[in-house]
Design a protein around this ligand. Structure first.
Ligand SMILES: [Zn+2]
Ligand SMILES: [Zn+2]
Length: 274
């Protein structure tokens, strides 16, 4: 699966003009993550515990139970930081500051990962004066190989029809991409953290629950393949691929990267993503 992602991204990115540097950057990150994945050791919770948690509408794996082997976490972090600084010279100083903060104490990186998984990374970045969105990005990329492996392990135990919540049933993460599937356009969300996919209502905003058609709308791409869902209640956006408009299969983690132009358009229009 991993190598397939990298190959697909390289192939499809070559067809895209204009945002080549961004595609190369993400292809490099994805390669690093795929290379790391086989070394990740996971301790998935039992099937019973997963199902008991899901029945309470709580994600299968609590943040404290995600095993992040310290040397491997360190290795992942260093790769992500160096690739980011290499492709984005303008971020070099900010990446350095975060990296220095993380290196200051042995437990810092594990602590940051835990705060990230709890959705509380700002509690660390703010007092330390670190760029919160960059820190969030670096942590998201660093933890992805660990969370992807975990998601693959617990996936068979998740009853998708019974979950139906706007957050990820594996890790509790928010979606950052969606797909409308054939034949009727049922919406599936893609977890921004572990790449797990699960179905959720199409007519409501997964970030705030808004169902007002006046406030929750989408802008289609010219060829109707993509939709940019915009919520005027919480001002968040969701990139969406309409599979009814394409032939063959698409890999959502690749689609997420190939649609950076939509992120830029949404930000310029005043909407926020993650
Ligand atoms: Zn997840
Ligand atoms: Zn909303």
């Amino acid at each position: 699966m991993g190598q397939e992602l990298v190959g697909e991204l390289r192939r499809r990115a070559a067809e895209q003009a204009g945002i080549g540097v961004w595609n190369a950057f993400y292809a490099e990150l994805l390669s690093a993550q795929v290379a790391l994945e086989p070394a990740v050791i996971i301790f998935p919770p039992s099937k019973e515990s997963v199902q008991e948690r899901l029945s309470r509408r709580v994600p299968a794996v609590p943040p404290e139970a995600v095993h992040l082997d310290p040397p491997l976490l360190q290795q992942s972090w260093q790769r992500v930081c160096s690739i980011t600084a290499q492709y984005h010279a303008e971020l070099h100083t900010a990446v350095e500051s975060i990296n220095r903060w993380a290196a200051d104490d042995d437990g810092r990186l594990a602590q940051a990962a835990l705060y990230y998984l709890r959705g509380e990374l700002e509690l660390l970045s703010q007092p330390a004066g670190l760029d919160p969105s960059l820190f969030q990005f670096l942590m998201n990329q660093t933890c992805r190989p660990f969370l992807r492996r975990l998601a693959q392990a617990v996936a068979p135990w998740i009853d998708l029809e019974r979950w139906y919540q706007p957050y990820c049933p594996v890790c509790g993460g928010e979606p950052d991409f969606a797909v409308l599937r054939k034949p009727h356009g049922a919406r599936w969300l893609l977890c921004s953290r572990c790449d797990f996919e699960w179905p959720y209502r199409r007519t409501s905003c997964p970030f705030c629950g808004c169902e007002d058609p006046e406030q929750y709308q989408y802008a289609p791409s010219e060829d109707n393949v993509y939709r940019l869902y915009l919520c005027d209640h919480c001002h968040r956006y969701l990139k969406t691929l309409d599979m009814r408009e394409v032939l063959g299969e698409r890999l959502l983690p690749v689609e997420r990267v190939l649609t950076l132009a939509m992120d830029i358009a949404a930000h310029e229009a005043g909407y926020t993503g993650m």
